[in-house]
Write a protein that binds this ligand. Structure first.
Ligand SMILES: [Zn+2]
Length: 140
């Protein structure tokens, strides 16, 4: 295997730093985040607090497991709810950008609501609802 280049080391360092910062930010702002997400669910779907579950530990884990991958698309990050992938060049834009992107991706698929349907299943919020809550948090 070829030796890691200085650039690769720098990227890994920035990513590591940003992961720690993103988890801290999520932990520090738990209440404020929950308030924003709850408000969107209440206003848009009349879902109240006791029908919402937040998987914080899952969010922290996904941040810590995030990887840099080569993407052709012009996006900084993506998640399928299990893993978070960041554009491999994002680290060049600094720790702040990476931290904000990790926090953003971590807040996807973290809030679940129980629907008032017959099955009463827990479902994730829609991407649009999640983005609305994130916008209220100043994350977008
Ligand atoms: Zn998003």
């Amino acid at each position: 295997m070829a030796p890691r280049t200085r650039l690769a080391k720098r990227r890994d360092h920035v990513l590591f730093d940003a992961k720690i910062k993103a988890v801290h930010w999520l932990k520090r702002n738990k209440r404020r985040i929950a308030t924003a997400f709850h408000a969107v669910l209440r206003e848009r779907h009349a879902v109240d607090r006791h029908r919402i579950v937040v998987e914080w530990e899952h969010a922290y884990e996904r941040v810590l497991d995030a990887t840099l991958v080569h993407m052709d698309e012009e996006i900084w990050g993506q998640t399928d709810g299990r893993v978070i992938e960041l554009h491999d060049r994002i680290a060049e834009y600094g720790v702040c950008r990476v931290t904000a992107t990790l926090a953003h991706e971590a807040l996807h698929n973290t809030f679940l609501m129980r629907r008032k349907t017959r099955s009463r299943r827990w479902v994730f919020m829609s991407c649009d609802d999640e983005h609305e809550a994130m916008e209220r948090l100043g994350l977008c």
